[in-house]
Design a protein around this ligand. Structure first.
Ligand code: GDP
Ligand code: IMO
Ligand code: MG
Length: 422
């Protein structure tokens, strides 16, 4: 299957976890390259539901190597919990999971600052997951962050942590928040460091060595294109490069070793957190929420829902270089009479066929819709493309063409079996 980058082509939660699990069958190694435990990737195996936050979704397949690359920010206490949870479910983690020594760490002061800054922003808040992701990447860019290599070197780590807590407590006090106890944080992180030490290695060397031996790698994107720090709806974004380039910098695998980019998108749009979503529609939100769907895998928040936005996904195809598309949650539209798709925007009396980068202009964009007749038949039991209702096939082909990439997977349910290959 060659080296494949999988990215979210919308606002996150496109169903990447499910598609990664399906594609992992043919991969040797699965690598996370950016983001942190703000991600929540859901995989169903039989009736069993797994939600992965930091560990690559490939871990659920036996005999696959999983790597948390240098570009990820790791809350070590949370990673230990996730590993223990997987061990309890009899998933093999030891000997399968490898963690980059140069990945940066998330600390309680990052989480606390994330929350405090959101409070201060008031109605202009981002709606973050409050996992400390922004402040942790902030320290990385500021060159004051601590890394996995520090965590597993207890003597060095103690002094470094003391200085960081001292400085951050001053900031927390200025916010009127409670300062942190060095002792408590140190104890928790020392323990996590001991638990994680066996997993830590030079993942760049490991990946290149595996490639020399013929291994094929799947890069598991987190978040989605419009949450990218450069290409997303700034400032309503996350703090990493969620687009395909992030897979290279976040792993140390160069662009000329990448063979294809798979974009995952839902058959409609969702967004969790603040920021513009031009096609947002309360009726489709009610429909999906009424079916018990579209609640956040990480925070449990109800996701905002809307029609498919082909102007946005076309932009995603362009900046990621998407070769192939996996469209998920097709079954979510099974009962809809008329399905709308944004094919352009109207802003200030002008027609736009691209996403404006000025957030104030984007927020004012009114979608121009094309309409498609619904297929009004359940698709969740269909396993072959030729058995799909003609109207569903026409819809999926149309949104792929509008996006500008080849449709290769249609997903009609959360389970592995509910996957149609074209
Ligand atoms: P991710 O963050 O991109 O991995 O996506 P999430 O796991 O946060 O959210 C996607 C949700 O859709 C999860 O609950 C999945 O189990 C579910 N899902 C994925 N594909 C399908 C599908 O084709 N149909 C249905 N009904 N659910 C799906
Ligand atoms: P997966 O990998 C959907 C959103 C948050 C918020 C913004 C910034 O499951 O698709 P952050 O905590 O990163 O500083 O929050 O980004 N966000 C996600 N939305 N899926 C995700 O991950 C997300 N990770 C962050 O809701 O709007
Ligand atoms: Mg998710």
């Amino acid at each position: 299957m060659a080296n494949t980058i999988l990215v979210g082509a919308q606002w996150g939660d496109e169903g990447k976890g499910k598609i990664i699990d399906v594609l992992t069958e043919e991969a040797d190694i699965v690598v996370r390259t950016q983001g942190g435990n703000n991600a929540g990737h859901t995989v169903f195996i039989g009736e069993k539901k797994y939600v992965l936050h930091l560990v690559p979704s490939g871990i659920l397949r036996p005999n696959k190597t999983c790597v948390i690359g240098n570009g990820v920010v790791i809350d070590p206490v949370s990673l230990v919990e996730e590993i223990e949870g997987l061990r309890k479910l009899k998933v093999r983690v030891d000997g399968s999971l490898f963690v980059s020594g140069t990945a940066h760490l998330v600390f309680p002061y990052h989480r606390e600052l994330d929350g405090q800054r959101e409070i201060l922003k008031g109605k202009h808040k981002i709606g973050t997951t409050k996992r400390g992701i922004g402040p942790a990447y902030g320290d990385k860019a500021d060159r004051t962050g601590l890394r996995m290599l520090d965590l597993i070197n207890p003597e060095r780590f103690e002094g470094q942590l003391k200085a960081k807590i001292r400085e951050n407590n001053e900031v927390l006090k200025a916010f009127g928040a409670k300062p942190l106890s060095f002792k408590a944080v140190h104890e928790a992180y020392r323990k996590a460091g001991e638990q994680l030490k066996p997993f830590v290695c030079n993942t760049v060397l490991k990946l290149h060595e595996a490639m020399r031996g013929g291994a094929e790698i799947l890069f598991e994107g987190a978040q989605g294109t419009f949450l990218d720090i450069d290409h997303g709806t700034y400032p309503f974004v996350t703090s990493s490069n969620t687009t395909s380039g992030g897979a290279c910098t976040g792993s140390g695998i160069p662009p000329n070793r990448m063979d294809r980019v798979v974009g995952v998108m839902k058959a409609y749009s969702t967004r969790v957190g603040e920021g513009p979503l031009p096609t947002e529609n309360p009726e489709i939100a009610d429909l999906l929420h009424g079916m018990g769907r579209e609640f956040g895998a990480t925070t449990g928040r109800a996701r905002r829902c809307g029609w498919f936005d082909a102007v946005a996904t076309r932009h995603a195809a362009m900046v990621n270089g998407i070769d192939e598309l996996a469209i998920t949650n097709v079954d979510g539209l099974d009962t809809v009479d008329v399905i709308k798709v944004a094919i352009g925007y109207r802003a200030g009396g002008e027609r736009l066929d691209y996403m404006p980068s000025d957030i104030e202009v984007f927020a004012k964009c009114e979608p121009i819709y094309a309409e498609f007749e619904g297929w009004k038949t359940p698709t969740d039991k269909i396993r072959e493309w030729k058995k799909m209702p003609a109207k569903a096939k026409a819809y999926l082909k149309a949104i792929s063409e509008l996006t500008g990439a080849k449709l290769t997977i249609a997903s009609t349910g959360p389970a592995r079996e509910q996957t149609i290959f074209l």
